[in-house]
Design a binder for this molecule. Sequence first.
Ligand code: SF4
Length: 62
Amino acid sequence: MKVFVNEDTCIGCGLCADTCPDIFEVIEDKAVVKISEVPENYEELVKEAKDNCPVDAISIEE
Ligand code: SF4
C-alpha cells in the first residue's frame, strides 16, 4: 500500500501525524509522508488518518 498527501489541499492540521507519527510528519504547515510504501502493520492507522483528514488530502494506492 502506498500513501500520498496532496500538498495543495492539506491545511497542516496535524491530525494525520498525531494518528500515525511514524508515517506522517507536518513540516512548514504541510503534511509529508515519511515512508510512502506503508509497512503492513501501519495500514490500519494510515487508513484511519485518511478517513479523518478534514480536507480529504490523503490518498491511498493499494
Ligand atoms: S490530516 Fe489532512 S489536512 Fe491535516 S495535516 Fe494531515 S493531510 Fe494535512
